[in-house]
Design a protein around this ligand. Sequence first.
Ligand SMILES: [Zn+2]
Ligand SMILES: [Zn+2]
Length: 254
Amino acid sequence: MSTHFLCSGWSYGARSGILTPMEIDEGVHAIESLGIGRAYIYQEQDRLTLIDTGLANSADKIFAVIEKIGRKPEDLKQIFITHHHRDHTGSLANVIDRSNAQVFAHKIEAPVIRGDQPSPKPDANTLRSVLRPFIGSGAEIATPARVDRELEDGDELDIGGGAKVLHVPGHTMGSVALFIPQRKMLFAGDAAVSAIGLGPPAGPFGLFNEDSEQAIESFQKLAELDFDRAFFGHGKPLDGEACTLFRRAADQLS
Ligand SMILES: [Zn+2]
Ligand SMILES: [Zn+2]
């Protein structure tokens, strides 16, 4: 059944301010020069929240962006980790050392991030062999780092007036996305990806999935939300009509 009617239309009037050259959306900064993947800084008056940390050696780039937007390392109060893959956790230990931020990750990922459990392997359906030479050991664990709060589905975080944690297993079993209803904004991590080449504008990630079937189910769950903008671990953000594009892709998968 199509659920397109639930998806609200995009309006530029929804934005209250003018973006600075550093912003990809009001208060949202992308850190793109991480080799593989993207991290994001969500800027608020009293705090910065970092969403993922990139590969190892990305900390300098992250703190350079923080400096460019006129903030200090100690303004970084929260780090939201979407999943344990090292292109998302590679610089976590370094960023913690330089900021003392609280780290949030799903309870399934926390022992892997801490180094207490080995990194689970992707399933046989995944296309890891295609891109593995470029991503290197992208599916392996990074330097162990602390996790302060173990998340569960439905938890609420103090980001953007109340952000909802969505457990979206499949890519990894403890993958989480962050949904900010007031901003109609979704940070999907690797539970979804935006267009690569001539592919559809949005879809489930095809690489390194621990359970590819669950990854599709989780993508379909995300497609039921009402959001205008989506930010991904890989691929360009979708700006406007994001959930319409998700639903189109979800319909084709079912
Ligand atoms: Zn991943
Ligand atoms: Zn990734």
